[in-house]
Design a protein around this ligand. Structure first.
Ligand code: SF4
Length: 260
């Protein structure tokens, strides 16, 4: 039986990670594209994704892989050692490590853990780009292996999160709080300004909440692009996104505008 995320299955009574090492995408990206605005600027990171996700955002930019299953998307099995070797070969092109991104990487956290351990042994950095929906004990185990992360904060209430697939607002906040408390992990947070999910009031609430965790946390307020089930919903005017960023600046010292 396959779980709702599409990546974990029940086999002989146990839940196992079925997308382990199954990569659907890989690219050498600038760290700024993750987005990470205040961590190793100007460097590149080998970015990889698998398939599946534990949310189902109607505006998903990567739905081709996030909403996919093992038998609906092309993938290639890559062992952690093979991926680390590929990252090392890319060092001359500015690569500093490996980013787990594109789909939700923590539904396959065992692959992140095993690869990150090897990467650290080889002096490579590791990056996680996540929706933050992860069990606290898994995140605690992973954090010492993660050098930088960007966590999405997609809405300001359980009710709004429920429309993205699960009412997990507090879980996501706890994920950010744990990362911010980890002395070896740099954390940034992103809110996509998706109409119907984010407005001025929710930005104010989220920025205030982030400031209570750490007022110097870099916060990305990014323009939504119509995609997937929201192709008919136009983006808010750029001026609106800029005004949201100004609201966030009332509470936070490092606010960045993205996708514009
Ligand atoms: S959490 Fe990210 S990958 Fe998953 S459905 Fe939402 S936008 Fe797509």
């Amino acid at each position: 039986m396959v779980g709702a995320c599409g990546a974990r299955v029940c086999r002989e009574g146990a839940v196992v990670c079925d997308n382990y090492g199954r990569l659907t995408s890989a690219a050498l990206d600038p760290v700024e594209k993750k987005p990470l605005a205040e961590w190793m600027p100007g460097s590149y990171v080998l970015s990889v994704g698998s398939y599946g996700c534990n949310l189902s955002c109607p505006f998903c930019q990567n739905h081709e892989i996030a909403a996919a299953r093992a038998d609906t998307v092309a993938w290639r099995y890559v062992e952690p050692a093979e991926l680390v070797a590929a990252a090392e070969r890319l060092r001359p092109r500015g690569n500093v490590g490996i980013a787990f991104t594109y789909n939700e990487p923590l539904i396959g956290w065992e692959f992140v853990r095993d690869t990150a351990r090897l990467a650290h042994e080889r002096g490579l950095k590791t990056v996680v780009v996540s929706n933050g929906v992860v069990c606290a004990d898994v995140w605690r185990e992973l954090l010492p292996l993660v050098d930088a992360c960007n966590i999405d904060l997609k809405a300001a209430s359980d009710e709004a999160y429920a429309r993205l697939g699960a009412g997990v607002f507090e879980t996501v906040v706890d994920t950010i709080r744990a990362a911010a408390a980890c002395p070896t992990c740099h954390v940034e947070v992103t809110t996509l300004c998706a109409p119907g999910f984010i407005d001025a009031d929710s930005i104010d609430r989220l920025a205030r909440l982030l400031a209570s965790i750490d007022p110097s946390i870099p916060y990305h307020v990014t323009q939504y692009v119509p995609r997937w089930r929201m192709t008919g919903v136009p983006a808010a005017p750029d001026a609106t996104v800029r005004s949201y960023a100004d609201i966030a600046r009332n509470w936070l010292g490092h606010v960045h505008i993205g996708n514009m």
